[in-house]
Write a protein of this length. Structure first.
Length: 137
C-alpha cells in the first residue's frame, strides 16, 4: 500500500509539472493572451475614433490619452513586445465592425477608469486646498 501511495504521489507530481509546462507555454506568447488581445482591440478602437475627430481637438487629445493608457497596460504586462507594431493588424479591419464588436466594452472600461481618475483628482484637489489654507504650500 505504501508503494502504491508513493507511486501515486510521484505520478501526481509529474502530472503537476507537466501541467505547469503547458500553462507556461500557453502564456509564453503575450500577443495571444486574451487580456492583451482585448486591450489591443480597445487601443485600435481608440485610434479609429481619434482619426475621426478634429486634429488637435480636446476630444482627440483625450483619445490619445486613452490610447496611451492601453499601451501602458500592455507594456506593464509584457514590456518586451512592440505593442505599437502589434496593433497595426487590428487597424486593418472595418472600422464600423470594430466599433460594433468592441466599442461598448471598451467604452465601459474607459468610463470606469475615467471615474476613478475623476475621484482621485477631486481628492487631490481637496488635499491641495487643505494645504493652501494651512499655509503649507
Amino acid at each position: 500500500m505504501k508503494r502504491l501511495s508513493r507511486s501515486l504521489a510521484v505520478l501526481s507530481g509529474v502530472f503537476l509539472l507537466a501541467s505547469a509546462g503547458v500553462v507556461a507555454a500557453q502564456s509564453a506568447d503575450p500577443v495571444r493572451d486574451p487580456i492583451n488581445r482585448a486591450d489591443l482591440n480597445c487601443m485600435a478602437v481608440t485610434a479609429v475614433l481619434g482619426d475621426q475627430t478634429e486634429e488637435g481637438s480636446d476630444e482627440q487629445i483625450g483619445l490619445l490619452s486613452v490610447l496611451t493608457w492601453y499601451l501602458g497596460r500592455l507594456e506593464a504586462r509584457a514590456p518586451g513586445v512592440n505593442w505599437l507594431e502589434q496593433v497595426l493588424p487590428y487597424l486593418d479591419g472595418d472600422p464600423a465592425e470594430m466599433l460594433k464588436t468592441h466599442g461598448e466594452r471598451c467604452a465601459a472600461e474607459i468610463m470606469t477608469f475615467g471615474e476613478r481618475l475623476a475621484d482621485w483628482s477631486a481628492r487631490a484637489e481637496a488635499l491641495a486646498a487643505k494645504h493652501d489654507s494651512a499655509g503649507k504650500r
